[in-house]
Write a protein that binds this ligand. Structure first.
Ligand code: PLP
Length: 357
């Protein structure tokens, strides 16, 4: 039975990438060593890091005025690294509180002494996302957004047009929809959704914004990591290698615009079913709906659990919503084949037929 993995993270990876890893694993580039064994000071690693970086630059059209870093510590460490590296001028920042992970980022920023952390809350009825004002009068080091809210299934599909520098957590929809890198001072993303295995975090940051740091650990200092090609200490060699394979896979697919079309089509099929369903529903306003992590529910927790269990028996796994929102969540990362979404919709239809639809 084919298994379709709808996990939010670590998420599904392209079969071609897994197969390539299997092939390469005993001996990387005929070196007689596994990629997990090669030295990060060897030309083998230096070449793979440079190639992965260049491929990501090509995919996202990243200019030389931005550093591209492959770091450890997950998205969570960036909640602290971002303010420590970027809030150096006005010591004032503003965060859009759009859900679970933005709350975590706000908490981390608030722990930093002397940093004024303002929060934009969602106070608009009928909206799931805080509205970003186009003009913000005070002087900020940055305005912070989570582009895609992995748990709540909501997205800022475009960078807000605002007179402030932007720093964004793009963990769950980097490379899944086209954003213009030049709209941001900083983008970060944990790899484990659209890039590769957990253990590496991509940081894309405007070089001109980085200043000398006194107290920061060298591994959190973007300037040092940039100067050292992300290898100040032992870097996540295997993860960067696997990410590089995914970047090649995506280039071959046609790049971000091509995968975005597929992602749009898959999400449209699912939302179309949900909007016509008598059993399942998604209550995110149309313009804010995530194409990466659509969420939905029935009116009964028991029925939700029954559906999740039944789908699992048929090879549709990890459909449970996050514990704080319940219901179901379908993570449609770039590697999800359309056949998986069609099978899920068939499963939903069958369930509806037998449960009062
Ligand atoms: N930000 C977002 C949007 C996420 O979805 C996640 C994890 O799922 C994180 C941050 C946290 O990332 P990590 O687990 O790599 O620390």
């Amino acid at each position: 039975m084919t298994v379709y993995n709808f996990s939010a993270g670590p998420g599904v990876m392209p079969t071609e990438v897994i197969n390539q890893i299997r092939e390469d694993l005993p001996s990387y580039k005929n070196s007689g060593m596994s990629v997990m064994e090669i030295s990060h000071r060897s030309p083998l690693y230096e070449d793979l890091e440079l190639e992965a970086e260049q491929d990501l630059r090509d995919l996202m059209h990243i200019g030389d005025d931005y550093a591209v870093l492959f770091l450890q510590g997950g998205g969570t460490l960036q909640f602290t690294s971002v303010p420590l590296n970027l809030a150096t001028n006005y010591h004032k920042v503003r965060y859009a509180n759009s859900g679970y992970f933005s709350k975590k980022a706000i908490e981390a920023a608030k722990r930093i002494q002397g940093l004024d952390v303002q929060v934009i809350e969602n106070d608009e009825v009928g909206s799931k996302l805080p509205t970003i004002p186009t003009t913000i009068d005070d002087q900020l080091d940055y305005l912070y957004l989570t582009t895609n809210n992995t748990i709540e299934g909501t997205t800022y599909h475009q960078a807000p047009n605002v007179n402030q520098p932007l720093a964004v957590d793009m963990s769950s929809n980097i490379l899944a929809e086209p954003y213009n890198v030049n709209d941001f001072d900083l983008i970060f993303a944990g790899a484990q959704k659209n890039i590769g295995p957990a253990g590496m975090t991509v940081v894309i940051v405007k070089r001109g914004k980085l200043v000398e740091q006194q107290l920061l650990s060298d591994v959190m200092d973007y300037r040092i990591e940039d100067a050292k090609h992300s290898s100040f200490n032992t870097p996540p060699v295997f993860n960067t290698y696997a990410a590089g394979l995914t970047f090649k896979w995506l280039k071959k697919f046609g790049g971000v615009d091509a995968i975005y079309q597929q992602n749009l089509e898959q999400a449209a099929m699912l939302y179309d079913f949900l909007d016509n369903s008598k059993v399942f529903h998604n209550d995110v306003p149309l313009a804010e709906r995530s194409i990466t992590n659509p969420v939905f529910k029935t009116d009964s927790k028991a029925l939700d659990q029954e559906f999740i269990a039944q789908a699992k028996e048929h090879g549709l796994v990890n459909l449970g919503g996050h514990r704080i929102v319940g219901g179901m969540r379908t993570s449609l990362y770039n590697a999800m084949p359309t056949a998986g979404v069609k099978k899920l919709i068939e499963e939903l239809k069958q369930f509806e037929l037998t449960h009062g639809g």
